[in-house]
Design a protein around this ligand. Sequence first.
Ligand code: HEM
Length: 200
Amino acid sequence: MTLTKSLSWTLRLAATLPFFYWLVGLFLEWHGVEPLVKINTQSGYVVLILLSINLLIGAVHALKWLDIKYYRFLYLERRWLGITCGFYAILHFVTYLAKESFLPKGWEQILTKNYLTAGSVAAFILLILMITSNDFSMRLLKKNWKKLHRLVYLAGFVMLFHIFQIEKANLVLLLLLITPVALIELIRIVKNLVALRNKN
Ligand code: HEM
């Protein structure tokens, strides 16, 4: 097996580890008295990390910061990263509903609490991107596939709002969590604006 293939498989395995940790932990009672609260918070962080990595790879590629030979294996793993990210976003959503005992109040709060509405929009976008991350959808959607998958940047923005609302009282943690994605999004906006100006 080549080094690239080994690295790809290591990345894939690493991305599945949190799920198995939570699953086994539920049976072996590793997650304390409120396992759902713990899994909900941790899965939020996992979604954030996977989405940040995916956005970063996209930015490095779009801005030609590095020769692709240094990160080709990561670039090729973007689809897998997107699928895993969508999966954890669903898990994060389901654990929220489970925390609310799947009662109607849990659904109502999604419409009445801004941070939950924003999180749900982001998770919905990630779900759409996950479902369409396959060769069949690429063939079906043709040029529109790329346009659709640009929604990942919108998901990034709404996700920033979700985390901002939750962590606004804890400035240090908030900055740690949102700075990488916020910077990537800012750079993309500037790049698109410059490209638009050069076009006109
Ligand atoms: C792309 C989608 C999402 C991302 C990246 C995300 C990310 C996060 C992160 C990182 C946290 C931990 C914040 C902290 O406690 O320091 C969190 C907490 C939380 N998220 Fe999400 N989230 C997303 C979608 C959702 C959705 C769809 C829901 C439910 C409708 C939701 C409900 C919650 C709740 C209830 C918490 C715990 C809040 C608290 O501790 O008070 N999230 N999320």
